[in-house]
Design a protein around this ligand. Structure first.
Ligand code: PML
Length: 250
């Protein structure tokens, strides 16, 4: 689902991103999911969309199974502290200052992207072919038993929400690609102030107070290997179906 609205300013019309969602579901669930996605788009805190596009595609390929990243919520009291945590975490895994600063530029920009930016870990160069659109992670979901086990685990941590589950599934797909070093995410929802940084080894690290309440900026940055094969990476993120499985009740 993709919801947007047009805004006119200085005789120009801009499309503003309102909300997006992706999933892999059984055919029997389609009506329920479409209703939920439509409601989500119409009620979004970023505003009322004037266009909602819902695309339903049959997946014919075999689904690739992945494990979800382990979840940790860090202690963080302010956006300044969040910045320090992100800086330290990324420096420790070898991301350059330039790479980190360029990532913050994208995340703090008022021009919210629909998809994610790709930033090289050493040179900090942006690599996504279309900067307005970004790379849109698609074809991702969770198996029914894994979904129940994940809900149970997250409930114990008091974070069993759709927002957390969807972000975790997305981060698990993104970091499962060997060319991805880390993902940083700040929600573009003005009411949602928890973000995260995710890596294959460190897991999904939630960062409360990553931005101030009411701020509309946000987005996703995928920090990638300097020699990443960009076409293959984008193909994996956008087209290869991946499903989270094997979550255990323990
Ligand atoms: C989003 O708005 O989709 C991003 C949410 C990021 C954080 C989710 C969490 O609380 O773990």
């Amino acid at each position: 689902m993709r919801a947007s609205k047009n805004r006119s300013q200085n005789f120009k019309t801009y499309e503003i991103h309102i909300s997006g969602a992706e999933g892999i579901y059984e055919e029997a669930e389609i009506l329920k999911i479409v209703k939920g996605y439509t409601k989500r788009a119409l009620d979004h805190p970023r505003g009322k969309p004037d266009k909602i596009v819902i695309t339903i595609e049959e997946i014919k390929q075999k689904l690739n199974k992945i494990q979800p990243l382990p979840v940790t919520t860090l202690r963080c009291k302010s956006p300044d502290e969040a910045k320090k945590i992100i800086f330290q975490t990324l420096s420790d895994i070898g991301v350059s200052k330039k790479g980190i600063n360029n990532s913050f530029k994208v995340l703090n920009s008022q021009k919210t992207m629909r998809g994610a930016a790709l930033i090289l870990e050493e040179s900090g160069i942006r690599m996504e072919p279309d900067r307005k659109r970004g790379v849109r992670v698609s074809r991702l979901g969770i198996e029914e038993t894994a979904k129940k086990a994940l809900a149970w685990k997250l409930s114990k941590m008091r974070i069993n929400t759709t927002t957390v589950k969807e972000a975790l599934i997305l981060a698990s797909k993104v970091t499962s690609h060997p060319d991805v070093t880390a993902e940083i995410c700040i929600s573009d929802d003005p009411d949602y102030t928890t973000g995260y940084i995710a890596t294959k080894n460190l897991g999904y690290l939630r960062i409360p107070n990553i931005k101030k309440h009411g701020e509309k900026h946000g987005g996703r940055v995928f920090i990638i290997k300097e020699d990443a094969n960009i076409d293959r990476l984008i193909h994996y993120l956008e087209k290869i179906p991946v499903i989270v499985s094997g979550v255990r009740f323990d």
